[in-house]
Write a protein that binds this ligand. Structure first.
Ligand code: GLU
Length: 309
């Protein structure tokens, strides 16, 4: 196995110079302002070592990566009862599709498509004020990342709130099927704001450690979730974490991962590492172009694919 820091530095040097970067998301106007030339990467290993390179300390909008953390909280609240409201199958459809919801009677395919994440936000909200639910999400992130400075980017939240017509449609549609119990505006408020959380690669890699290390917080040894729950969240990340690009991502990279339209990806190497990569240019499915390539190279050079070398 090559030395991790050397590999991370090589990857950052290669991809920072790369010209084929995809397109930044423009449907959330605030995200369109991000510098497409940014590239950051960080990996945290079982021994606590942190290897990072590039723009690893510049915060970005984590967007759908936040759905991993809200899923963890919702499972903590209602456990397997969540699966009566959300499925566990890849959707094969785009992240904001409404089509499937119609013939599957308001039960979203999985917790990572937008409809599924709205049901999860409804569970986290649980009759409280949106502020309370968002406080709980932030506190959880502060705990798992060991970093109290993580915040919501209010400009991004407002930008998405002003233009999130599809999500408004999805939420209303699910409410019509009885799959949201809180007022639609409150569920959307929580959803838009948790998607607007800003983190850098180091913070995100730190936050993912409980999934890499059997549900434990590695610095304190505290249990965040059971080993079984960590394993199952990883399984969902592998099968559903990249929307309709999930199969291809598993084929190329072979790691449980979750992408976001801010260009971030959190990837888990069970037992070995938690990795975050950020490059804001996206492919047609909304996944970071260079982020995916960087993870493919990292998994290959470190022998980290869960499917073997
Ligand atoms: N907040 C984004 C949306 O709802 C999240 C999408 C994503 O990151 O994939 O459209």
């Amino acid at each position: 196995m090559r030395e991790l820091k050397t590999v991370i530095d090589e990857i950052a040097a290669e991809y920072r110079a790369c010209e084929e970067r995809g397109q930044v998301a423009t449907y959330i106007p605030e995200l369109a302002k991000v510098d497409i030339g940014s590239f950051g990467i960080c990996a945290v290993t079982a021994d606590g070592a942190v290897a990072s390179a590039g723009d690893a300390e510049i915060p970005f909008s984590i967007q759908s990566v936040s759905k991993v953390f809200t899923l963890t909280l919702a499972l903590g609240k209602i456990g397997d009862a969540l699966w009566r409201r959300v499925g566990r199958e890849p959707s094969g459809n785009s992240f904001n599709s409404i089509v499937q919801l119609e013939y599957e009677k308001g039960i979203p395919r999985n917790p990572f498509i937008n409809a599924g994440a709205l049901a999860v936000a409804d569970v986290v909200l649980a009759g409280h004020a949106p502020k309370v639910a968002l406080g709980e999400i932030l506190r959880f992130l502060h705990f798992v990342a060991d970093d109290d400075s993580i915040q919501i980017d209010e400009a991004v939240a407002r930008s998405e709130q002003a233009t999130g017509y599809r999500n408004v449609a999805l939420a209303n549609y699910m409410r019509a099927f009885g799959n949201l119990s809180n007022p639609v505006e409150m569920v959307l408020g929580v959803y838009f704001h948790h998607c607007a959380i800003a983190m850098n690669c180091v913070q995100l890699a730190m936050a993912g450690r409980y999934l890499a290390f059997s549900g434990r917080h590695p610095t304190t040894g505290a249990r965040v979730v059971s080993p079984e729950r960590a394993r199952r969240i990883n399984a969902l990340m592998l099968t559903c974490g990249h929307y309709d690009g999930s199969g291809d991502f598993a084929y190329r990279v072979g790691l449980p991962s979750k992408s976001g339209v801010g260009g971030g990806i959190l990837a888990i190497v069970p037992g070995k590492a938690s990795i975050a990569v950020w490059s804001p240019g996206l492919d047609g499915q909304g996944n970071s172009v260079l982020g995916s390539l960087a993870l493919e190279m990292l998994a290959k050079r470190m022998g980290w694919s869960i499917f073997g070398a």
